[in-house]
Design a protein around this ligand. Structure first.
Ligand code: NI
Length: 137
């Protein structure tokens, strides 16, 4: 088994806010991340595909194809967007890095033509990142 990683970056605005709670309760849970006037991040995404090498090409997966799939099904939905308002795959979700990571996994999992999706890692800040491998506890 070999693992191929494709990295992509995007920037986006969001607000951490649960609409069933009051402004005050939201502020208590999310602090300045619940600022009603939004804030943004420069996200770094790493998509890992695992599988065997195709002897005809020597590739696990053509990374140009993986790049184009990530662009079409993820980046075009999030880059320079407001994740609360504009991103269909996050509809009715609080756009935490956790939910964005799982949303990205769901966008990609059935679209990988060679090997299989192994993990999605999303860095929201220099110090925080989340990783999803499609498993539940
Ligand atoms: Ni944030």
């Amino acid at each position: 088994m070999i693992y191929a990683t494709r990295r992509a970056t995007f920037n986006a605005a969001h607000r951490l806010y649960n609409p069933v709670l009051s402004e005050e309760e939201n502020y208590k849970i999310f602090g300045k991340c619940s600022n009603p006037n939004w804030h943004g991040h420069n996200y770094v995404l790493e998509v890992v595909v695992a599988g065997d090498i195709d002897p005809a090409t020597g590739y696990l997966i053509d990374l140009k194809i993986l790049r184009d799939i990530i662009e079409e099904h993820v980046i075009s939905h999030v880059d320079h967007k407001n994740l609360n308002i504009e991103t269909e795959f996050l509809r009715n979700k609080i756009p935490t890095a956790e939910n964005i990571t799982i949303g990205i996994w769901n966008q990609l999992v059935n679209r990988i033509p060679k090997g299989k999706l192994y993990s999605v890692k999303l860095c929201e800040t220099e110090n925080n990142y989340f990783e999803y491998k499609g498993e539940t506890i």
